[in-house]
Design a protein around this ligand. Sequence first.
Ligand code: ZN
Length: 138
Amino acid sequence: MNVDAIQNGVVIDHITAGCGMKLYELLHLDTLDATVAIMKNVPSRKMGRKDIIKIDADIFVDLDVIGYVDPNATINIIRDGAVADKRTIGTPETLKNVIFCKNPRCITQTEQELDHIFRLTDREQKIYRCIYCETRNS
Ligand code: ZN
């Protein structure tokens, strides 16, 4: 596709260089039946280098996932070839089913229907802890 000309879709911009692939994985974009372009190490005046993800489909994107990977990323919703909405994201306070608790004794391991919820406990170091067992994200 012509990556500059999305008609209806989502552009995630200002991703810290090197974080694009992680975001791609956590957003499960590999399962998406649409054209997705990851551009890595794009020259940026503000950031030096950045990654950009362009999704050529009008999908719902979980902003908490983006905020978890890179709170400085921005999201542009494209409709009819123009930016319809533009947002900065920031660090989310809680994460629901974004990351999963790895503690084998955590209740989420036996209660399969429980949501995996993590709460931000240290904003500076971006530490999240499982609300059930306090295990931190790795
Ligand atoms: Zn846990």
